[in-house]
Ligand binder design. Structure first.
Ligand code: ZN
Length: 305
């Protein structure tokens, strides 16, 4: 069994240590080179897991980096060179703790639909059906209406990125410039977001970038064959998505599945790793998950570009 595990922001160092304990109890944690060997049919190990971290939150440097170093482990991280050099937050970070009903009033104003039409939807899910431009318009309106200042920068800085690259603990790949839901954007914007991030990160690190992770990461809903073409044009060999599936040698290398781990006790994490490939699809069938919710929003609002 081989799998890729994904983290985002880590709130508790203890949770991360506990989760690493469980992962190491179940798998041999391997560097990215072993994932490449797996897809080349050359992997000798049976139970391997590779760790990945998206977005480059400050906790990647303060919590994940020292924890991995202590255990002599490595991981892949996916970052935006734009936000790191400009020190500006991604749209979802900026709006992450906005009050739901107030946020809905701003969404309704920007989209020119009544608040009533948004009543059954989570505002965050609605925002995932929109473009970057629409989302920033909503955020600017919210800030103005409710006198909310722009948040403090939440991610790593350039010297931390360079230190992590030099440490050998991380393989660093690109994650777009502004974290849009690529599928919602025009050809021009989607291509720019992907290719500019690959180019700029390459300049920042002084080497060729060959790996990438899609924002959000559901095939069809967040990206598709169009994005894969844009990645190929700039020489990306491996791109990561989200799906509760173990690796298979037949996987498309530009849509490698990952298991997301974000919370829960050791027991929960253990079960999620062992049975996530069975119960996550079942859960999606039985209940209304976010992907289904977003499809419903797109259908109901009929404003999807
Ligand atoms: Zn992300």
């Amino acid at each position: 069994m081989a799998k890729i595990i994904n983290f985002h922001d880590i709130a508790s160092p203890q949770w991360f240590e506990d989760t690493l304990d469980v992962i190491q109890e179940l798998y041999e944690v391997v560097p990215f080179s072993e994932v490449q060997r797996f897809y080349q049919g050359k992997s000798k190990s049976k139970n391997i897991a590779h760790l990945t971290v998206d977005d480059g939150h400050f906790s990647t440097y303060t919590i994940i980096y020292p924890a991995l170093k202590k255990r002599d482990l490595s991981a892949s991280i996916f970052v935006s060179p734009k936000i790191i050099t400009e020190q500006s937050n991604f749209w979802y970070e900026e709006s992450g703790d906005y009050e739901a009903d107030q946020l809905k009033t701003c969404i309704s104003e920007v989209l020119n639909v009544s608040v009533d039409r948004l009543k059954d939807f989570y505002p965050r899910s609605v925002m995932k059906t929109l473009t970057l431009e629409q989302n920033w318009e909503i955020i600017r309106l919210y800030q103005k209406k409710f006198s909310i200042p722009t948040k403090k920068y939440q991610y790593i800085n350039t010297s931390q990125l360079l230190e992590m690259e030099a440490s050998g603990v991380f393989d660093i790949g690109a994650h777009t410039q502004n974290h849009p839901i690529l599928a919602n954007e025009t050809d021009v914007i989607s291509r720019y977001e992907i290719q500019e991030s690959v180019k700029n990160l390459g300049e920042l690190l002084g080497r060729k970038i060959t790996t990438f992770a899609y924002p959000n990461g559901s095939y069809d809903l967040d990206f598709g064959s169009r994005e894969m073409e844009y990645l190929k044009e700039v020489g990306i060999d491996y791109a990561f998505s989200f799906q509760f599936k173990d690796l298979n040698i037949k996987d498309h290398l530009l849509s490698i599945p990952r298991y997301g781990l974000y919370h829960g006790t050791k027991d929960f994490v253990r079960k999620k790793l062992k049975y996530g490939n069975i119960w996550e699809p079942l859960k999606a069938k039985l209940f209304n998950n976010e992907d289904k919710h977003r499809k419903l929003i797109m259908k109901k609002l009929q404003n999807h570009a």
